[in-house]
Every structure is written in structure tokens, then in C-alpha cells.
Ligand binder design. Structure first.
Ligand code: DHB
Ligand code: FE
Length: 286
């Protein structure tokens, strides 16, 4: 049986990728942000799983407004970094895990969550920036990655409640897989930010930190928060945070098990137009 041993949560700000790729991480603007991930990279090196199940959103890069799947799973053998307008990021391609991805698709669809199957696509900053933050700049990513896409770009977007329940179904699916794989699930995007309109630049530190508290302590109640609160309090792009509830719903306590342990927590403003939040939760081992 495969097991989920940890969940990781992080923002995906594209400019963070640019700072890494152009050697600016030690500049005064960026240094405090990257310092917040030093412990995370050490943790990931010490706890590298067999597979990362990475929940993220595409930003009309691989997908477009022609087709808007609510939830989609990448079943390909590999995924290349996307060209988002200025060339692909100089990061390794992802190696997927088609067998586990196909198994999760099968199990989750039978569990009444309709997923779109993605056999070919490139991956944008929503996926590559979290990997860079956690893994640095390796020649190859340290383990296979299954991309799992959520539409948070175009309304209607899924509710926090549905995301949390989907996480529970993903956990069940992974635990039904025959091989004894160690799996991490990541929830990415957020925190508060708004990129357009009169409120562009909105940041809400108090709400973000309360979100982190509630994600740790009472995720089932957090999952009941309606979209309008995310948009009002965390800005139009703050809705990306519903993706964190998928990863959180996949932890043991959402299925009646023990609470996870907080291995790392970090919050920083600003990074580009965004508040950056980051959390690592480990399952209790016995
Ligand atoms: C920014 C943040 C995002 O989440 C995104 O997808 C694009 C840009 C920003 O802060 O600049
Ligand atoms: Fe985004």
C-alpha cells in the first residue's frame, strides 16, 4: 500500500522563478523570502518521497478558455516546462508516474469526482516555482511528480468543501495502490493577492495568518468558507488558496486519524504582488 507521509503548501509567484533563474536570490529584496525556504530544502532532501502529488493551477498556459476542466490529472510519462511568453524556465522536465496517476484517476472517478485525464501538456509557474522553492536548482527533479490541476482562474471554481472532500478521496486512492510508495501531497498558489482592478496589490496579513492557523487546526471548518470571503478578504487571486484544502483533506486527521505535526511555517510580504505563505505538515508516524 502507498502512504501519504506529508503535505507541503506554498505560493507560486512567477517572479520567484525569475529571481532563481537569474541568480538574484541573495539580493536584499529576495533574501528574506528565500531564507524562509532554507529549512524546507533541507527537510525535503532528508525526506524525499517516491512521488509528489502536486495540486496546482494552470494560468491559461497549457489550457485556455476554450476548455476549462474543473479538476484534471496528468497521466503522462513526462511534462516539460511551458513557454509563458519569454521562453521556458531553465528547469528540468518532470518525470510523471503514469501508473499511480491512472490508478488515482480510476479510484477518484469511481468515488464520484469527475477528473479530466491529461496525457500531454506543459507545466507553468504554478507547478515549477513550488518545485524550485523546495528543491533548489537540481539537474533533475529528485522524484517523479503527478500534476493535478484545479480551475481557479475562471468562475465557476470549485468550493473549498469540494476540494477538501476530493483530498479525502485522493488519500483513499493512494492507500489502495499496491506498491509501498511514500507520497507527499502539495497544495500550491495563494496567499492574498489581487492582480487587477482598483484593489490591485491587496494583501491581508491578518486573514492569511488566520487561514494558516485554521488550515492546521480546523481544516474541516475552513473548508466551509465561501468563495466570496476569499475574494473579499484575500483578493481575486486569493481564491487559489482553495487548492490547499485538497492537500489538507488528504491528511490522516481528515479521515479520523491523528493530527499532523507542523514541521515548518513561514509567511512573508511582499513577493511581487503577493503574500507568500508556506507550511509543511508531517503525518504522525506511529
Ligand atoms: C503573480 C502571482 C500569481 O499567482 C500569478 O499567477 C501571477 C503573478 C504576481 O504576484 O505577480
Ligand atoms: Fe497564480
Amino acid at each position: 500500500m502507498a502512504r501519504i507521509t506529508a503535505s507541503v503548501y506554498t505560493s507560486h509567484v512567477p517572479l520567484i522563478g525569475v529571481a532563481i533563474d537569474t541568480g538574484k536570490t541573495q539580493e536584499p529584496y529576495w533574501r528574506p523570502l528565500f531564507a524562509g525556504y532554507d529549512a524546507s530544502r533541507r527537510w525535503f532532501t532528508a525526506h524525499t518521497p517516491d512521488v509528489v502529488f502536486l495540486v496546482y493551477n494552470d494560468h491559461a498556459t497549457a489550457l485556455s478558455l476554450d476548455m476549462i476542466p474543473t479538476f484534471a490529472i496528468g497521466t503522462a510519462a513526462d511534462f516539460h516546462p511551458a513557454d509563458e511568453g519569454w521562453g521556458p524556465r531553465p528547469v528540468p522536465k518532470l518525470v510523471g508516474h503514469p501508473a499511480l496517476a491512472a490508478h488515482v484517476a480510476h479510484s477518484v472517478i469511481q468515488d464520484d469526482f469527475d477528473l479530466t485525464i491529461v496525457n500531454k501538456m506543459d507545466v507553468d509557474h504554478g507547478l515549477t516555482v513550488p518545485l524550485s522553492l523546495m528543491c533548489g536548482q537540481p539537474r533533475a527533479w529528485p522524484c517523479p511528480v503527478i500534476p493535478f490541476l484545479v480551475n481557479v482562474l475562471h468562475y465557476p471554481v470549485p468550493s473549498g468543501r469540494r476540494c477538501f472532500q476530493l483530498g479525502r478521496a485522493i488519500r483513499k486512492a493512494i492507500e489502495r495502490y499496491d506498491e509501498p510508495l511514500n507520497v507527499h501531497i502539495w497544495g500550491t498558489g495563494g496567499m492574498s493577492h489581487q492582480l487587477q482592478g482598483p484593489r490591485a496589490g491587496l494583501i491581508n496579513k491578518a486573514w492569511d495568518n488566520r487561514f494558516l492557523d485554521r488550515l492546521i487546526d480546523d481544516p474541516a471548518a475552513l473548508a466551509e468558507v465561501p468563495h466570496v470571503e476569499y475574494v473579499r478578504e484575500a483578493g481575486s487571486e486569493g481564491i487559489e488558496l482553495v487548492m490547499w484544502l485538497i492537500a489538507r483533506g488528504a491528511m490522516a486527521d481528515a479521515a479520523g486519524g491523528p493530527k499532523p505535526h507542523v514541521a515548518h511555517r513561514f509567511y512573508h510580504v511582499p513577493a511581487s504582488n503577493t503574500a507568500v505563505g508556506h507550511l509543511i505538515l508531517e503525518e504522525q508516524t506511529s
